[in-house]
Design a binder for this molecule. Structure first.
Ligand SMILES: [Zn+2]
Length: 81
């Protein structure tokens, strides 16, 4: 039985480099868990940054019902730049 895959799209706020990862639910859970904001490290400039799961992977967000579980006050993080 094929497992559902989640595509995680990210973009570094510093260098603009974007990336995508395709992970299974288990991998998503292990790496990022069910949190509204995830921490990432850019492979190009090593900048650490946060991304809202809703933006990075709407699919995962939907399946975990993150938006319902977390009020959207937690999604404010694109203030800098
Ligand atoms: Zn970067």
């Amino acid at each position: 039985m094929a497992k559902k895959r989640y595509t995680l799209k990210t973009a570094c706020p510093q260098c603009g480099c974007s990336g995508a990862q395709v992970l299974s639910a288990e991998e998503m859970q292990a790496r990022y868990g069910s949190v509204p904001n995830i921490e990432l490290e850019c492979g190009e400039c090593m900048q650490k940054y946060q991304e809202a799961m809703k933006t990075a992977c709407p699919d995962w967000d939907k399946d975990c019902r993150l938006s319902e579980r977390w009020p959207r006050s937690t999604l404010k993080l694109k203030a800098q730049g």
